[in-house]
Design a protein. Sequence first.
Length: 559
Amino acid sequence: MKWTIGRKVTAGFLSVALLLVMVSGLSFYFLKKVDSSYSDVMNRRVIILLNAKNIQVHATQLNSSLRDYLLTQNAEAMEKVEDASKQLSALVSTSMGLADTQETKVSLSKIEQLNKQFLKSKNLIVSETKEQALDFATTSLFPISRDIRTIADQISERQQQLMTQATQENAAMVNGVVTTVSMISVIAVILAICIGYVVSRLIARPVVQLASSAEKIASGDLTVEDLHVTNRDEIGALAHSFTVMKNNLRGLIQQVRINAEQVAASAEELTASAEQTSKATEQIAATVQAVASGSEQQASSVGQSAQIVQEMAQGIQQIAANAQKVSASSVQAAQVAEEGNRALQTASDQMGSIHDKVNDLAAVIKELGERSMEIGHIVQVITDIASQTNLLALNAAIEAARAGEHGRGFAVVADEVRKLAEQSAASANQIHDVISMIRGQMEKAVASMDQVKDEVSEGMNVVTQAGTSFAHIQRSVDDVAVQIQEVSASAQQMSASVEEIVQSITLIREVANETAAGTQNVSAAAEEQLASMEEISSSALALSQMSEDLQKLISRFRV
């Protein structure tokens, strides 16, 4: 499978996301477990404990109301006894539904049986005398209420023990949660840093090599070594295309340099031919001036002129052929420069794609930071709940203090609830610290991504500069091609003119003995030829100057 940049970035993101999900899942699991245990303590243990304390209160009220009845024979006191018994029975029924141990259920059943026995026995007091009723209550009823209080006290102590045990288990669980989450968080942060470092190295190192080579090429140095990038992704393809482009460009410059030298040589040959033709034309003119001195000398001179013009025609045809070759080479150079420009454009597009992928990765890491903030908000809510529970425990303690002896059990429960709330708040603060550390590492990862974006942007600028240099080269080659086409056209025109001259000299040689007036036509033709040679010489000088300019442009590159 080919690991593209997108797959590498996605793999890094999924790894970090998986670690974050693991940390969040464990935190949520253990928090739910602590909350369940805490709810069990509040909804089961505390209620049973409070009911046990109230059972003791109502058992005491049974005795006090019964004594009141025995002393005063007041029916209202007996109603209080029955009311206390009903409330005691209701408390037993409520606690029985919450009890989760067989021991507690058995104790509650005993209290219910004693309560029924108390109600059944108290009816016998009504039919007895006061002394008999007092003796019966002392021996039979009062011990029942004491037994109820004793059993209720045992239930209260047992619930207190279970609450203490649950508190210890919750504390141990919270410590385990903190330790586990801390270790996993540290591992997650280390892995996230390692993944970010590896991904950034895989992306940044070949990009830096590309940027360095592109900068050297932009300065005209084509002797840089080929890039050896082993990445099997877009950067590897970009490096391969860049190497091919560099080699093609170096071959193009070498070919253009050779063509420029050929153009310079052809220009020198053209200049020499023009000078030779000018001399020949002057000689023809002198010959025409001397035609009057003798027909034989004129015929000889005309023959010599015809031979010279024939040589000139061959030289001009050679110049035209060389100009055509130079023109073809210039067209090829322009095509190669255009291919190099397209390769640079492809490189620029790929650099832009890399820039977009790095931006996506930075956005993903930023979103992970926002998820960490949400977890922090959840921890803050837990802290607020713990604070509110602490306040409720404090209020319960105050109310228990106001209740005096009867509220002592409430004070103990309130103190345990307060301790549990403080431990929950401390654990939430520890989790908040871990989340803050994760957010700090996420910010470092964002900073690393910003650095990678800057390096990619710098690489894009260097590639753009190289593209500009290619555009300049292409325009220069196009200009040379146009000028060479003009030289070729001029050479063709000169060739045609020379052919006309040959025909004219032949005609002169044929009519030299017939008319003296023909010498004037030959003289005029010689003057025209001399003017043409001057134009050829001027064109040759211009071609030589253009060749020098082209060589200066090419000299900027080292191949």
